[in-house]
Design a protein around this ligand. Structure first.
Ligand code: PDD
Length: 279
């Protein structure tokens, strides 16, 4: 297959795509990324992902190595060149660039980027069976709204969670439920959705944006607010969202079952509506 290596489409192999030891993405995690869903060979919600990619670069003062039109075209060419017509995901990352190691970056650096696509089938099993999550203290930095390459907090938390048989950590900070390790979190109580506001404590998910829109279309009330860990005791249903997974029911938080470990009615309704609206 092929990948995007800066502005070239090249064969996807290790020799073509060597990274400098002085790459700041490599040395500091100094860069940003996006994961975009592909349905039937088409990039989904590309505009929203590019909005967020440019937002992340702006927040870190990374000089965008492409214009909006250019990256749009390059990503589409990549799909075409691979004659990719299945379900998949596209990964694109931008590193600030290459310079002798110093915390302080040079403003004139030329950012470097790449993109790959991989097959990814709809995770039907997870949709039907749900997953377990485990509460963990959020030790990440305070700019979780930036989709940065620097993911150590997420890496440690998700690995620990999965070692213990949970799909995701459920982060809390100052007693407030925030989000999961690589997904947004929602609680349903009396048929209404509660989820953390999109601010610097969480990543403003593209799937989240869609789910809130679809909930409004379905007439399901949504409360974007901070809620305490204790409130989880009153949850009728819980679910998480992320680009690859869409809407996944949560059937257990640590030892405590949610909705008798069954997928709840409101979650099911949202899942069905999501599929109807998206593909
Ligand atoms: N993660 N919160 C965090 C911390 C995330 O890393 C992600 C996505 C989300 C969901 O965002 P979206 O709906 O835009 O995918 C929320 C991606 C998939 C990843 O890191 O692989």
């Amino acid at each position: 297959g092929y990948m995007l290596w800066n502005k070239q489409i090249v064969e996807r192999n290790a020799e073509n795509t060597l990274v400098s030891f002085q790459d700041r993405g490599y040395q500091f995690g100094d860069g940003v990324y996006e994961v975009i869903r592909i349905y039937d060979g088409k990039l989904h919600a590309l505009d929203w992902h590019l909005d967020r990619l440019f937002y992340s670069m702006e927040q870190l003062s990374i000089r965008a190595p492409f214009s909006r039109t250019e990256i749009n075209q390059l990503l589409k060419e990549l799909i075409k060149k691979n004659t990719f017509t299945l379900d998949g995901k596209l990964y694109v990352q931008v590193s600030r660039g290459i310079q002798p190691r110093d915390h302080v970056y040079l403003e004139e650096l030329e950012a470097v980027f790449y993109a790959t696509i991989d097959r990814f089938d709809k995770p039907v099993d997870m949709w039907e069976k749900g997953v377990k999550v485990t509460l963990q203290e959020d030790i990440r930095w305070l700019r979780c709204d930036i989709k940065s390459l620097n993911l150590l907090g997420n890496v440690l938390a998700r690995t620990k969670a999965q070692k213990n048989g949970y799909h995701e950590p459920l982060f809390h900070r100052d007693g407030i439920v925030r989000e999961c390790g690589a997904s947004n979190f929602y609680m349903i109580k009396d048929g209404e959705i509660h989820t953390h506001p999109a601010n610097h404590y969480i990543l403003g998910g593209i799937t989240r944006k869609k789910v809130l829109l679809f909930a409004a279309e379905l007439g399901i009330p949504v409360h974007e607010r901070e809620f305490a860990v204790e409130e989880l005791h009153d949850a009728d249903e819980c679910f998480l969202t992320a680009t690859p997974l869409e809407i996944v029911p949560i059937i257990q938080i640590d030892e405590r079952p949610i909705n008798q470990q069954q997928v709840g009615e409101t979650t099911k309704k949202l899942q069905q509506y999501y599929r109807k609206r998206v593909y």
